[in-house]
Design a protein around this ligand. Structure first.
Ligand code: NAI
Length: 398
């Protein structure tokens, strides 16, 4: 049978991935979001999909189908989720009854805890499947004509990814084959390292808190939307350093508790900037300066809404509504399981949960009624380290 790839989602990334993989493989685009699949199928009609590559070359291809029917998972060799992470659970759940043993399910980007969510949604079946978490999307990309044309603005040179179980190394080779020469997929030892490396869970909520939290903002509108990265000041830097240090404490304690567990990819935020933006920052002397002087961030502003010609922050933007549930909640939940105090993460979380209308922490504990809408292990019924390691497919001598 043909090597079959499912590309899930319908936004920028999913359209680009569908165009790219359709060139060489039997590719089925799947979207469960509203009537997006039917709309996309109608928009494309009998035409080819046009993908513009960096440098301007245009390639045409045609997906085998565009559907909202989960049963196509029965034919899939690889299922790629290229959607915002809050949608991952729905895809896992709907595909679960159809997936055949050995199916590779890859999330780009995975954010945090995608592996344990996958285990919790698949139940018994999870042990026969391979989960792959990518630290980021390989491309900067946009559709230019919805459903018909898209552009890859740039492709990353290297990205980190991990497979669960770690023994399924052949899955990584298959994914590298799908992606082509660029990006080079660097094998990370486990998905826990990818989860705790997630820079967005620190940067986005941390910078939002630093600017709009109760310690620094008077609630009044601003004349301009402030700069997001270039505007990081000493107070915000302090919050970010405390958060990244708390996440580090979680990683180092986990390494102590689980002999042989390698979480070296779960680095500090500053180290992540040095790894990923080498040469694009004019001053790397501090975390603040890495963020202030990164050319890739030039001019990027805080998400704001205009009110009477002035600017108010959008406190429901994905920097809080995605990065808290599928990032910070994972790290905080694991911290609680292994007994690491996280006072600054708690402070940011308690502020953020109010902004996004979720109850996550109650009286300093991960017991809120909305935990099941997050990647906190507690929301999946996981409250002990052995249960966590089982869901993570990390063999442990416990
Ligand atoms: P997007 O915003 O274009 O994705 C929209 C799609 O998400 C929709 O078309 C739908 O399929 C799905 N969706 C939205 N709301 C939903 C809901 N309530 N329920 C179910 N599905 C829903 O995002 P894009 O650009 O495709 O990015 C995908 C992921 O990749 C995101 O996590 C993004 O942060 C990340 N990323 C994107 C980059 C880019 O250049 N586009 C670069 C780096 C990361």
């Amino acid at each position: 049978a043909d090597f079959t790839v499912l590309c899930c989602g319908g936004g920028n990334a999913a359209q680009v991935a569908t165009g790219l993989f359709s060139i060489r493989y039997k590719t089925i685009a799947v979207s469960f979001y509203a009537d997006e699949a039917a709309k996309w199928k109608a928009a494309l009609g009998d035409e080819d999909f046009e993908l513009t590559l960096p440098g301007g070359k245009v390639v045409k291809s045609k997906p085998h189908d565009i559907t909202n029917d989960p049963s196509v998972a029965a034919t899939a060799n690889v299922i790629l989720l290229v959607v915002p992470s809050h949608a991952h659970g729905e895809y896992f759940e709907k595909f679960a009854p159809y997936m055949k043993p050995g199916t590779i399910v890859a999330c780009m980007p995975a954010r945090s805890g995608g592996d344990i969510l996958f285990s919790s949604k698949l139940g018994e079946k999870a042990k026969d499947m391979i989960f792959c978490g990518f630290e980021t999307l390989p491309w900067a990309c946009r559709f230019t004509e919805w459903g018909r044309k898209a552009t890859i603005l740039g492709t990353k040179n290297n990205i980190l990814a991990a497979v669960s179980p770690a023994t399924a190394k052949q899955a990584m080779a298959k994914l590298q084959g799908l992606l082509g020469v660029n990006p080079w997929v660097q094998d990370s030892p486990n998905n826990l390292g990818i989860s705790l490396r997630n820079p967005g869970m620190i940067v986005h909520p941390g910078v939002m808190y630093g600017r709009w939290g109760p310690e620094s903002w008077d609630g009044q509108p601003k004349d301009e939307s402030p700069l997001f990265y270039q505007g990081v000041d000493e107070f915000t830097e302090k919050i970010l350093i405390e958060m990244t240090d708390e996440a580090q404490a979680v990683a180092r304690k986990a390494e102590q508790l689980v002999p042989g567990l390698d979480l070296s990819d779960a680095c500090t935020l500053k180290q992540w900037y040095l790894d990923c933006y080498d040469g694009q920052m004019t001053d790397t002397s501090s975390l603040k300066r890495c963020m202030n002087t990164n050319a890739a961030y030039d001019g990027l502003k805080h998400p704001c809404k205009e009110v009477d010609g002035k600017h108010m922050p959008d406190l429901t933007y994905r920097y809080l509504s995605e990065d808290v549930p599928t990032g910070l909640c994972f790290a905080k939940g694991l911290a609680e399981i292994i007994g690491i105090p996280t006072p600054t993460i708690d402070k940011v979380m308690i502020w953020a949960q109010g902004c996004i209308g979720l109850e996550i922490m109650v009286d300093g504990k991960m017991t809120g009624k909305d935990l099941d809408k997050t990647r906190a292990p507690q929301g999946m019924g996981i409250t002990t380290l052995p249960a966590f390691l089982l869901a993570s497919k990390i063999p442990a001598l416990l």
